[in-house]
Design a binder for this molecule. Structure first.
Ligand code: ATP
Length: 483
């Protein structure tokens, strides 16, 4: 089972301290969310799992943490100043605003459903009123215009309109990696193929944010740029697609809720040779099966566009430098072939927040106890669960039991996230931990004082086992390893 819709997760997230609407005491700020105690922990675990898999468990990846605010020229030559925009259209009747490319996809799907498989280019379908406004049902559209998604700000104590002081908040982490290609290459003494990974915040002034943490204006990305020899790019790309899908399975997402989506040629970014998205079933409640799915991560073959565009050497047909501002040439000298070239780049790019949403949706399940009460159980993978173990005293008015429970919690804390809780009866405490995905509850009872053993309760099966306190840490670590 997984969550029937995102709304189920929104209320669980707020109730249990995963995610709160941001700035709520001042009326909120559209599509901004704050991560509470459990949500912050969940994000830490997602980042750690990705970093461990991407950087530590491989021998060919380095890590990086570049600035959020970069020289404006980075965004000029990356193409973002000119092309990082969404096509906007308004309904003249109800003033609703839409992304025209999303409307085009809806139009194409509705045609396909009617048995008409067509390639829809441009915006004629809107001009001719062939698609009705999803909000009011009329077909009276404004023209389509581009809207740049980069947030602008100014550095230093300069005037608001000083063009020299204009900078952007980065809309992706990738460019920070490209501009550091030579730094990493020279300091790490790497040879191709190798990659550079980065996790960090990105900012996009999205036209239509929404669906909880699925699309927000401030979000976090986990990106890796894998540099390869031209000609080795297609195979490396396929290997990364397979590896990334496997990673989502390894952190507990079910195969049935994942699918690969090959971006059609007309959807590809101008620099991309091939892009495959890993999609998750974020919208299972939608009537149309095709609209259940949306992007969780993208894996692009970006060719040699990035390193070339930031290099000083490439010239146009008339011998004019394409980038007169760069002071470096980001090419690579291959010792084996004695050739110099610009490496191709394979980019797996995922969002921390969308991964958190997919994990919460996928882990959601309900179970009825013997009293007929329905309980929520969040069956998160053990490596992702915000709390690994909750230590609970059976009687909170018995100082010896409380003391023993607190001591067990303290002894476990250096090796796993453990909490102590005595704020309710044992049934209630179990239910609370099930709802936030804690894999194990450890209960200290009267008997524990005599036999130095505790009851370990499994979140998913509700099975209980008696374990000696001296063996508890080893037992739990083994159970985590088996997960
Ligand atoms: P979309 O088509 O959904 O706008 P994108 O193709 O522009 O996404 P990329 O630029 O490929 O996204 O970014 C990589 C990943 O970053 C996405 O797969 C997603 O997980 C995450 N991401 C991108 N934009 C947002 C956003 N506004 N809010 C939350 N996560 C995002």
């Amino acid at each position: 089972m997984s969550a029937p819709n995102i709304d189920t997760i929104v209320s669980l997230a707020k109730r249990r301290g995963f995610v709160y609407p941001s700035s709520e005491i001042y009326g909120g700020l559209g599509s901004a969310w704050d991560y509470g105690p459990l949500g912050a922990e969940l994000c830490v675990n997602v980042r750690a799992a990705w970093w461990r898999w991407m950087v530590y468990e491989r021998d060919d990846i380095e890590g990086l943490d570049s600035s959020i605010i970069l020289n404006r020229l980075v965004w000029k030559y990356s193409g973002h100043e000119d092309t990082f925009s969404d096509p906007l259209v308004d309904c003249r009747e109800c003033q609703s605003r839409f992304r025209a490319d999303k409307l085009r996809e809806q139009y194409r799907q509705s045609k396909a459903k009617a048995g008409e498989y067509i390639l829809v280019m441009g915006w004629r379908f809107l001009e001719r009123g062939e698609l009705k406004c999803p909000n009011c049902g009329k077909a009276n559209w404004t023209g389509v215009r581009p809207f740049n998604l980069m947030f602008r700000t100014h550095v230093g104590a300069t005037a608001e309109d000083d063009a020299d002081a204009l900078v952007y908040l980065r809309p992706e982490t990738a460019q920070g990696i490209f501009i550091n290609f030579l730094n990493v290459l020279n300091t790490s003494r790497r040879k191709l193929p190798f990659g550079v990974a980065q996790i960090g915040k990105s900012f996009r002034n999205e036209v239509t944010p929404g669906n909880f943490i699925f699309r927000t204006r401030e979000f976090e990305q986990m990106e890796m740029e894998y540099f390869v020899r031209p000609g080795e790019d297609e195979q490396a790309h396929q290997e990364w697609i397979d590896a990334c899908r496997q990673w989502f399975l390894d952190i507990g997402i079910s195969a049935g809720n994942l699918r690969l989506y090959e971006q059609p040629k007309e959807e590809l970014a101008h620099y991309a040779k091939r892009t495959v998205d890993i999609q998750y079933r974020f919208f299972p409640e939608r009537e149309d099966e095709e609209r259940h799915w949306d992007e969780l991560m993208g894996i692009a073959n970006r060719t040699d566009f990035d390193l070339k565009t930031h290099s000083k050497k490439p010239e146009d047909a008339e011998g004019k430098r394409l980038n007169p501002d760069s002071t470096e040439d980001l090419s690579y000298f291959d010792e084996q072939t004695k050739q110099r070239f610009y490496p191709y780049v394979i980019e797996p790019a995922a969002g921390v927040n969308r991964t958190v949403l997919a994990l919460l949706m996928d882990a959601y399940s309900e179970k009825t106890n013997d009293k007929g009460e329905t309980r929520v159980i969040l069956k998160l993978h053990h490596s992702i669960a915000p709390i690994k173990v909750a230590v609970l005293p059976l009687a909170k008015n018995k100082p010896e039991i409380v003391g023993m429970a607190k001591a067990i919690k303290r002894s476990l804390q250096p090796i796993m996230r453990a909490v102590y809780d005595d704020t309710g009866g044992i049934g209630k405490l179990y239910a609370r931990q099930d709802e936030v995905g804690t894999p194990f509850c450890v209960t200290v009872d009267h008997q524990s004082l005599e036999d130095e053993a505790v009851t370990v309760r499994d979140r998913d099966t509700w099975a209980q086992e008696r374990i000696k306190v001296a063996n508890l840490a080893t037992y739990l670590l083994q159970r985590f390893a088996d997960n």
